[in-house]
Ligand binder design. Sequence first.
Ligand code: DQA
Length: 155
Amino acid sequence: MDPVVFVLNGPNLNLLGLREPAVYGSSTLADVEALARATGDRLGLVVECRQSNHEGDLVDWIQEARTRARGIVLNAGALTHTSVAIHDAIRGVGVPTIEVHISNVHARESFRHHSYISPVAAGVIVGLGLDGYDLALQALARRIKRPDPSEPITA
Ligand code: DQA
């Protein structure tokens, strides 16, 4: 059985394609999820995609990952900048989590410059559009096969 990875999207990401296309592009959440599943197939990962506008759902899913998933790709949307609960959940479960943002949050308003997730993330990818999800899955696949990141990459 291939390892399971969760791809979790937070508030307002259900509006991708409609919401601020100049910032987030014209692809929809369904496109993101189809891409993630295709990348998962290529990498030998079972990708489970979920989206919620509610902080508690994201906390529940991160907790669920403790027993069900080997990694998490997380775009927590605006909760990135506010949620101690998501920070605590990631820290608590110890499942490697890659933080993804479609836009370059550091080139935007100052309230987007701080992340509660970055200090507990295995890595952070910002500003690369939908490629960020793909790159995060690649990083997790490598990490699952090569759990000590200080080892050199051989493949
Ligand atoms: C976002 C950046 C956040 O600041 C914002 O609140 C989002 C999307 C991104 O993917 O660029 O909802 O996470």
